[in-house]
Design a protein around this ligand. Sequence first.
Ligand code: PGA
Length: 250
Amino acid sequence: MAKTLIAGNWKMNLSAEQAHQLAQAVDKSAGNYADKVDVALFPGYLSVPAVSQTTKNAAVGVQDLYFTDQGAFTGEVSATQAKEFVSLALVGHSERRQIFGETNEAIARKAAACIRNGMTAIVCVGETEHERDQGETKQVLNDQISTGLTMLTASEMEHITIAYEPVWAIGTGNNAGPEDVAEAIQTIRAAVAEMFGGNAATQVRVLYGGSVKGDTAGSYLDLDGVDGLLVGGASLNDHEFHNIIERASK
Ligand code: PGA
């Protein structure tokens, strides 16, 4: 059984020095609970080398990458470049989907690029508020999974983690009710079972993300089928993030 994963997505925050300092504090917490909890940090690209050097206990990843390994793609970073420093990547975060127009097809290619380069991808899925109000959550999750994971084989699913992050719960303080999360995670595992079989569906790590804080972490971690948390805002505060890691160790 994989350990609980607590991942911190720092988004476009922190200077290199701030990132270094926060990484030091988090690495200490990660070391204290290393037997029970895996911790991963996702700093901005420019802080990735410094954070990787600072951390001994926490893994480090990039928040995005491009799906081609090299070439004339100004401004992009490939998995081939990222893997020199990190072993993990977020793929298809809802901010990439909503603000930068990333499609499920692009996300499929990014997930494949991670696997091709020996990295682990945390593929993010989740419905918008409008989709939820229209009763489309199941359909949206099915589409995001079936297209997003279409370039992978069952054995490669070992290197995939899925994060369920309802868009309306991200950065809003409006966190999802545990029953809704449990239902969405069942949908996600059923979609994985359909594509890759029951084994892959039970073994794939599935995280919840969206306005998680120290005092709400437990209500998600206690749910069947939730293997960890993807934390945005609260991961920028070392005490709050420590509390989440500590709760995950119980
Ligand atoms: P939040 O972000 O915890 O600030 O809602 C979560 C995420 O975007 O991964």
